[in-house]
Write a protein that binds this ligand. Structure first.
Ligand code: ARG
Length: 484
């Protein structure tokens, strides 16, 4: 995070993080690229020496003790057979468990309980792929800043809000699960008055104990006039939000609990990138942070709820189980620069460790909306990682303006969003990548973007460029759903 202009920076075209520090000492050319992961010993073939007596015995001496020999042969056969039976049973038990518990491999979503598996991109895409069309009949989303629950109707090909009449938390939990959340984080369902809707999805209470989505039918009326506002996780709370609201200054040291979703991502004990907590298991970061050999989850350790890097050295951090990079991420243009990290063990939320809210479709951020960035990145172009967490307020910059010839001349794609001061002086910088760009709206903090790239740091007319989170929300939910 750059807070001052610092020494005159060398002009530098910054198009992403180059992960040198953690791998400074590279093995000699030709050496195995993953020395700590793979053994260099050739695979050994188990050498089996039969211990059973055969009939080509060349000993003509005393007659062999036939009965004892036959008995020991029988014993050996019985032992081998029982071992084989145990192994077969274990394999069979595994397959039974696998097909009863989860029919689909991770990264795929099952069509109801049919055992047919679909890729997340086929889910709710308007084309029915599952045998019974489940990929299009269980489509739910949260719309706008009030988290209005909407259900997709494949018949009329449009989204409808759900009438709050007869709605309860059990239904709310089903909808949250179908979005990719775990029921453990469920927060609430509330009825909110909304006059702008003309059609609703209503619950048919006389339908009996059937699937939630089969109970819903479209209707032009909703007796209470209230629609369901659904919160699947208590996100976007900062215990220190009041104090920062009257402290909009450039580049300051953060206090604990101010940006509770901010994490530091380490490789071999060194801070490499930032990230944002969205659920106890999932983090959002930048795809360019996890490129190449850094796509191995074992490379990473995650630190949450800690302000200073030197404190992290004494902690072990959280292990990463899975990394999912956006399939359309482009290294050169930085198109779709977003990735998900799943932790091996869930975070427990406290005052200092909390999730940020993912932006819902239909959220309007103002052209100059005030946002904040935070991170342990360099404090000036070419500087080293900061020990303490810094933050700075940055207004959004309209895409058309950011794409103008004198700024980024058409390089800002729809998956990107610019923020900063065109006069220079405030910006994110090397090491802030993957970290949050957030805004405060309707009393919650929203993840507007993830730090992606910029030309130099804090250079006039070269603002910071962030991944446009609103366009990634759907991809994030589908992947959380496929890898629960
Ligand atoms: N790509 C950088 C990183 O890996 C972040 C750069 C942000 N640059 C900027 N001028 N805002 O940390």
């Amino acid at each position: 995070m750059t807070s001052t202009l610092g020494p005159p920076p060398p002009y530098y075209e910054n198009r992403g993080f180059q992960p040198e520090p953690p791998y400074a000492a590279r093995p000699a050319a030709g050496a195995h690229p993953y020395p700590q992961l793979f053994s260099t010993n050739p695979p050994s073939v188990p050498s089996y020496i039969p211990r059973v007596a055969t009939h080509q015995s060349s000993r003509p001496a005393a007659p062999p003790p036939r009965r004892t020999c036959a008995a020991s042969l029988r014993k050996t056969i019985i032992i081998i057979l029982s071992i084989l039976i145990v192994i077969c049973c274990a394999i069979a038990a595994f397959f039974i468990w696998y097909f009863v518990e989860n029919h689909c491999l991770s990264s795929l979503i099952e069509c109801g309980s049919s055992g047919v598996c679909m890729s997340p991109s086929q889910w709710c895409d308007g084309v029915s792929d599952c045998p019974n069309g489940e990929d299009e009949t269980r489509c739910v989303r949260l719309f706008g800043p009030n988290f209005i629950l909407e259900v997709y109707s494949p018949v009329s090909k449009s989204w409808y809000p759900v009438c709050h009449d007869d709605w309860n938390d059990d239904y709310g939990k089903i909808a949250c699960k179908d979005m990719g959340y775990s029921v453990d984080t469920y927060f609430y369902s509330r009825g909110v008055p909304d006059v702008s809707f003309k059609s609703y999805m209503k619950l048919n209470t006389s339908a009996g104990n059937i699937d939630l989505y089969k109970k819903l039918y479209s209707s032009g009326s909703c007796a209470s006039g209230n629609v369901v506002s659904l919160r699947c996780i208590e996100c976007g709370l900062s215990s220190k939000s009041a104090s920062i609201m009257n402290r909009i200054v450039g580049g300051s040291g953060a206090v604990l609990g101010q940006w509770p979703w901010q994490v530091s991502l380490h490789v071999q004990g060194t801070h490499v990138c930032g990230g944002s907590i969205i659920t106890p298991h999932w983090l959002v970061t930048a795809a360019h942070c996890v490129e190449g050999r850094l796509s191995d989850p074992h490379s990473w350790r995650v630190y949450a709820g800690i302000l200073n890097q030197d404190e992290m050295l004494f902690r072990s951090g959280y292990k990463v189980q899975l990394i999912i990079s956006h399939p359309d991420y482009d290294t050169d243009s930085k198109d779709n620069d977003v990735a998900l990290m799943k932790l091996e063990t869930p975070l427990s939320f406290t005052e200092t460790v909390r999730p940020v809210c993912l932006p819902n479709p239909g959220m309007m951020f103002q052209p100059n909306q005030q946002c904040w960035i935070s991170g342990w990145g360099a404090e000036y172009q070419g500087g080293k990682t900061s020990n303490n967490l810094n933050y700075v307020a940055v207004p959004l910059i309209e895409r058309s303006r950011c794409n103008s010839v004198y700024i980024y001349n058409g390089m800002i794609l729809p998956t990107m969003i610019c923020a900063g001061d065109l006069a220079g002086g405030i910006d994110s910088c090397q090491g802030d990548s993957g970290g949050p760009l957030v805004t405060h709206h309707h009393s919650v903090w929203w993840l507007v973007g993830d730090t992606s790239w910029g030309t130099g740091c804090a250079t006039p007319n070269k603002p910071g460029v962030y991944g446009n989170m609103t366009v990634f929300t759907d991809w994030i939910y589908k992947n959380m759903q496929a890898n629960r």
